[in-house]
Ligand binder design. Structure first.
Ligand code: ATP
Length: 366
């Protein structure tokens, strides 16, 4: 096992107007499960491929443990990668696929057999060791790809969207299995996904990337509770956080009929920028719904455009009139909704439940 350190690692492809990965600084602890997450094209695969040695590093360095691996070939890095398409050899059995890298490394056959048996036991693949990939289900193939990485007992596992070929139900099961397995093996793991639910549920920490630049690193709890900027606020959490651009009042902001006094630190941070407006963030689950007949309690008035009823929770897609603008607002309610399309909704939000960001930089205030 080993730590992984990206130190200003940069990759700039010819013809691109900015680097695919720009000065990435990221320290991954020994045994940690780190998820790289972000939208398509943000540079997460390129970061992983630089660590694997499959992509050149134009500037900066990458270390695994106490070794500078920046310019080492992949085979000398002591890593094992699980690819999105599994990259299994079609003509080989499960056992041969799993043991192939060890055979190439000239490990004695009995030791290969032992390691394959051990991995097969961990991954519940015993009954499939003599089968070829075409006679395996998608989930079984995925486990063979995992097994091939495990038998090598590498210092670091690298995984690039390893669940994207599985159906939704199997994806949920397998993400739990991978997280449990990683904790059991204790092997440092770097896992790439565009799926924020995978990022939130699997990793010890996540690193959020956008346009080749690192936006925030933290535990799922930290990133959810204190997103560093409006991009992370919108990307982590489902449905996305509602964002409202609002003028500053003497002690906060006004959201429809709601006066929201804001903590001093936030107001001072906005004041330091000379701002007259800020971005207010409210997660869909942080609204409180009031009776439509209760006209006393100050509220934000919404009109429901659509209701998504998932059984356990409902998502109300609504519109608010804020100033002269019509703004879409999503509200999440527990249980079955009693409201329907066209209904009015009166909601409020506690000042402590809001997030504030700079309109100019998008950065978190306070
Ligand atoms: P996805 O989820 O779609 O795989 P990603 O976040 O993994 O996206 P990368 O594959 O790392 O993103 O790509 C980052 C940027 O670098 C993209 O703009 C992509 O088009 C570009 N890129 C990646 N590989 C190459 C290459 N070999 N040559 C030129 N540009 C490339």
């Amino acid at each position: 096992m080993a730590s992984v350190i990206f130190d200003k690692a940069t990759r700039w492809f010819a013809g691109m107007e900015r680097p695919a990965v720009c000065e990435l600084d990221l320290a991954i602890a020994d045994g940690e499960f780190m998820v790289l997450v972000g939208p398509s094209g943000c540079g997460k695969s390129t970061s992983l491929r630089m660590l694997a040695g499959l992509e050149e590093v134009d500037s900066g360095t990458i270390r695994i443990g106490n070794r500078d691996v920046t310019h080492l070939p992949p085979k000398d890095r002591d890593i094992a990668m699980v690819f999105q398409n599994y990259a299994l050899y079609p003509h080989m059995t499960t056992a041969d696929n799993m043991g192939f890298a060890l055979k190439i490394a000239r490990m004695p056959r009995p030791r290969i057999r032992d390691r394959v048996q051990e991995a097969a036991a961990i991954l519940d693949l015993h009954d499939y060791l003599d089968r070829k990939p075409k006679s395996l289900s998608g989930g079984q193939r995925q486990r063979v790809a995992m097994g091939r990485a495990i038998v090598r007992e590498p210092q670091v596992f690298l995984m690039d969207e390893p669940l994207s070929n599985l159906d939704a139900k199997l994806r949920v099961q397998t993400r739990t299995q991978i997280a449990v397995l990683q904790r059991r093996l204790g092997t440092t793991t770097v896992y790439v996904t565009h799926d924020q639910t995978e990022a939130m549920t699997m990793g010890d920490r996540l690193a959020v990337l956008k346009d080749g630049a690192l936006q925030q690193v933290g535990t799922p709890k930290e990133v959810f509770a204190r997103p560093a900027n409006t991009f992370v606020a919108g990307f982590i959490g489902s449905p996305a956080m509602n964002l409202f651009q609002l003028p500053l009042t003497a002690d906060g902001v006004r959201l429809g009929g709601l006066d929201l006094p804001l903590p001093r630190v936030m107001l001072e941070a906005a004041g330091a920028e000379g701002a007259t407006e800020l971005m207010l963030g409210v997660r869909p689950e942080r609204f409180e719904v009031h009776s439509p007949h209760d006209l006393e309690t100050p509220a934000l008035d919404l009109v429901i455009d659509a209701v998504e009823d998932t059984g356990a929770v409902a998502y109300l897609h609504t519109t608010a009139k804020i100033g002269r603008q019509l703004v879409p607002v999503v509200v999440r309610l527990p249980g079955r909704p009693t409201q329907g399309k066209g209904d009015q909704l009166r909601v409020s939000v506690r000042p402590g439940a809001v997030h504030c960001f700079s309109v100019g930089t998008g950065l978190r205030l306070g």
